[in-house]
Design a binder for this molecule. Structure first.
Ligand SMILES: Nc1ncnc2c1ncn2[C@@H]1O[C@H](COP(=O)(O)OP(=O)(O)OP(=O)(O)O)[C@@H](O)[C@H]1O
Length: 300
């Protein structure tokens, strides 16, 4: 089922573009990575979906509710983390969270306290004494607080350290297990790498690529270091489909693989191999290529 459905959505700020002809959907239980560089239109899309901005044209719905008509119901059902969170500086973290709970007519339950602990937030500290990352944790906790079916999170991990990014990923993966649907925006692919099922890449207000994470990774360049038992003849390692570069030094070689591994593995199987080490896929450079190139929507 389509939980978020966006049809030809457009938002103009006067004459300047915000988003143009945006079409995508997020299905039940899916984590959708909404990616794009600064100014590409992620926040505009999210704010339009939540009824904070009026679309210039097009339509969208969340859980079958119309974004223009049913804003109040949508806000009740969605957990939202804004890109910029304005909190009262003199309140403590706990007071702010209680305030969010009050707004929703609920008490802070055990799960909220567990998340406070999980994210290592000191609830007694005043907002004005909290770092950007710690303030961000409050935003994350309040978004999940009322156990929404749908989460729309605008740059949720900005300011979080790697340990907290890991905890955040676990929270998202737990939500996915519970069948929740998540739209997660980021300008860094690595931030959605562990959690997203699919990604959409925005550039200058338009969706230029939509892909499953798996498919995207299969396009990313990967480096594989191989140690052969004997020096292999260079010509037998040239022109292997999928290999874009080979650096051979003695009995060691570093292959840059792009796309399918099949031909490469079959070629290697003709040799005696002492060791093989795979270096992580260079997703970020793939992402940069998409940003740089002028492309029309690709759905892979
Ligand atoms: N209030 C506004 N008035 C005029 N133009 C705006 C306004 N808000 C955004 N824009 C423009 O709309 C485009 C999309 O901006 P948006 O903030 O949605 O991008 P973003 O992908 O969320 O970027 P960031 O990662 O920097 O938050 C940009 O060109 C921006 O300058």
């Amino acid at each position: 089922m389509k939980v978020i459905e966006v049809q030809h959505l457009e938002k103009k700020y006067g004459r300047s573009r915000g988003i143009q002809d945006l079409v995508f959907e997020v299905r039940t239980g899916e984590v959708y990575g909404f990616l794009g560089p600064n100014g590409s239109g992620k926040t505009t899309t999210i704010r339009t979906l939540l009824g904070m901005l009026k679309p210039t044209s097009g339509q969208a719905s969340i859980l079958g509710l119309d974004i223009k008509r049913d804003t109040v119901k949508i806000r009740q059902k969605v957990g939202y983390l804004p890109g910029e969170l304005n909190l009262y500086p003199e309140m403590t973290a706990l007071e702010v969270l209680r305030y969010f709970a009050d707004l929703r007519g609920m008490k802070m339950d055990k799960e909220v306290h567990d998340t406070i602990e999980r994210l290592k937030l000191d609830p007694r500290k005043k907002i004005r004494d909290l770092s950007k990352g710690n303030k961000q944790k409050i935003g994350i906790i309040q978004a999940f607080m009322h156990h929404p079916e749908v989460l729309i999170l605008d740059e949720p991990t900005s300011g979080l350290d790697p340990l907290m990014q890991y905890e955040f990923d676990q929270i998202i993966l737990d939500s996915k297990k519970q069948g929740k649907t998540v739209l997660l925006s980021s300008h860094v692919l690595a931030e959605v790498d562990k959690t997203a099922d699919r990604v959409g890449i925005l550039k200058e207000g338009r969706l230029i690529v939509e892909s499953t994470m798996q498919e995207l990774k299969s396009h990313a360049r990967q480096q594989i270091e191989v140690e052969f038992a004997a020096v292999p003849p260079a010509e037998s390692l040239s022109n292997i489909p999928g290999i874009t570069e080979t650096q051979l030094q003695g009995n060691r070689a570093i292959f840059t693989v792009s796309g399918k591994m099949d031909a490469f593995i079959k070629t290697l199987s003709r040799f005696e191999i002492l060791s093989l080490r795979s270096m992580s896929a260079d997703l970020e450079s793939l992402f940069m290529e998409y940003y740089r190139e002028d492309q029309h929507v690709q759905r892979v």
